[in-house]
Structure formats: structure tokens, C-alpha cells
Design a binder for this molecule. Sequence first.
Ligand code: ADP
Ligand code: MG
Length: 378
Amino acid sequence: MKLDANALRYMSSDEFRVLTAVEMGSKNHEVVPTSMIAHISQLRHGGSHKIVGELAKRSLIGRVQNASYDGYRLTYGGYDYLALKTFVKRGSVYSVGNQIGVGKESDIYLVADEEGHQHVLKLQRLGRMSFRTIKSKRDYLQKRKSASWMYMSRLAAMKEFAFMKVLHEHGFPVPEPIDYSRHCVVMELIDAFPLRQIDVVGDPGKLYNDLMAMIVKLAQYGLIHGDFNEFNILIKNNGDPVLIDFPQMVSIDHANAEFYFNRDVECIRTFFRRRFGYESKLYPRLSVDVNREFSLDVQVAASGFSKKMQDELESYQEEVQQDEQGQETTDDESDGPSDDEDSIPKDMTEEEENEARLLNLRLGNTEPEGFDADSSDN
Ligand code: ADP
Ligand code: MG
């Protein structure tokens, strides 16, 4: 799913009104009936009809013919548009540049604000891989169903922003969170390479200790990263690590806390053994090495990302994981991206793809493109 910043250039206020009406209608309708779009947008009779057609032509909304009625649903393109529009209005984004990362469930872009400061825009794409195959155990989504990709992506972005914020405020080495809207987060751009791309470090023992200390300190603050691996640790020029990617964080009060903690520790041990030939007998254990001192988990819940939201997102994440494990053994054909076969070579793995894009960034191909035709030359 390519982010179409160009769409921002050509939208009238009526079109924006209608697009917003579809978003509002999606809150309680899987497919928003055409009559409801007209009602919410409150354009003169017939006024919304033509615009709905135009928005659909630009793939910002998609027509759905239902058994009982016809209507429209928002697409990722439309959702991207609404989030970007909000960022632009707030001044946190002015222009969109190159894509620098593509994960299974996210797209990462360089963006710049009006002063030309570069930041990172992360767009959550939950459901990109899996909603087509997930059909069971949807109790937690009863009312939302097909709107769930939107809701889940929004939860993931909210969660990422909330955790990044408390971690940043408490001095953890994470990007500074700048803004969020819907399924998107804007954050500080870290000038660094993922550990994954680093073949030699001056002192592997020191880095190993730093990373284990970070896992322990997180736990002392009540948290487990849950995906603490060489892709989510960026290494700055001076060798300092920066941690990213937070939608899967859990509290140390989680029923499986020990499992997640050990998995994070094991990821680092395995990577250091394989990549640097470094092995240490010392590694932390949750029950032995962690004394809780703070409760950032509680703080996050209080900040608006509630326990209920945490549970909903977690149910989804568990389901996807199970689904993927099932797919690995049974099926290797049908789990490709559903709507984004754009410029990505089919035989590239996610890691290679990330690396290629990062290389692109390193080569200096980073000039942001302005929303307005005449804004790209500053
Ligand atoms: P995903 O959830 O898809 O794994 P990540 O947040 O891990 O997304 O980001 C994917 C990649 O994008 C990272 O491995 C890194 O290369 C790059 N990236 C993400 N955030 C930043 C950032 N703030 N600064 C620099 N690079 C980043
Ligand atoms: Mg990641």
C-alpha cells in the first residue's frame, strides 16, 4: 500500500467532508450506506453522490455491494489521507519523502515539517496479511468486523505512541514521539543502522551488557518489549543503541511475562553468538534480576491506552501469530499482501527490503517531496 501524498494536493472541502463522513459512518457500520454518507456530510441532495464516485475512483473509499444494501468503506488510502491531513493541520508534517521501511504490518516514511526538520512517519497496516485468512474467534470484534483493520491499526498506533512517550520521558533511549493520528505516528528520525546490518562492533561485550541492562531496566519499570531483536535495535555512530517498535509491549504483570522476557533475552544471546561469536554465561532472569521500581505499565493505561484496548490488540496479535504459524506449515501461496503489489520485488524478504530502502536513504536519496508543486525546492 503506497502512501499517496499527491492526493493531498487535489481535494476540495466538499470531498473532504464526504471522506470524513465515510470515516464517521465506519464507526458503527461495516459498509456505510450511501444514504448515510449523504446524511452525515449534509451536502445538498445529490451533492455527495458525485463526490462519492470521485473518491472511489481515487481509491480513497471502496464500493461494497452487500446482500442487503450498497455502500462504501474507507480504504487505507483514505485513512492515510485523513491522518496526513490532520498532521498537516497541526504542523507536524509538511512534506512526505521516501519510504525507508516496510514491515509485515507497517510502512515507514521520511517526512519533514515546515522548517525542513526530518522525522519518521510510521503507518500501521494491521490486517494487511491476515484478515483474509482469519475467520474464527472474532468475538472481541463482534461489532466491528471488516472495520477491524482500521480499529486494530489505530490501537497499534495509539499504543506505540503511548509507550514511546512514557519511555522517552523516563530517559530510555527511544525516538522522541512527535504526534499521532488514527493509525499513524510521527517520531524523531534516528540516524542509525539496525543492529541487523552491523557486522562488526568495537566491543560486543559492552553492547551485550548495555542491551541486557536495557531489558532489565524496562522490567524494573514494569515493562517487557516483546520484540527485542536486531531489527528493533538501532545502533548510532557512537555505538549507542536506540530501541524502536512498541505495539507488542506487555506489562511484567502479564500472565506470560516470564516467557516474553526470556524470549527477548534469548533473541539477543542468539544474535550475539551467531553474528559476533560472543557468548556470555551471564544473562538476566525476570524472577532473579528484576525488582520493580516503577509502573510505567500503569501510567500508560492511565494515559488513555486502556486495559481493554490492550486486551483487544493482544487478542488480534495472538490470532495473527497463530495464523502465521499455521500458514508456515500448510500454505505458502496465499498469504501475500492483499493490495500492495507495487514496487517490491516478490523474492525479497522483509529484511532485505528494509535494508535496500535504508541503503537508499544512506545514499542520500532523501529529498522530501512537497505537497504543493512549488514547495519541493526548499
Ligand atoms: P515494524 O513494526 O514494521 O517492524 P519498525 O518500527 O520496527 O516497524 O520500523 C521498521 C524499520 O524502519 C526499522 O527496522 C528501521 O530500519 C526503520 N525505522 C523505524 N523507525 C525509525 C526511526 N525513528 N528512525 C530511523 N529509522 C527507523
Ligand atoms: Mg520492527
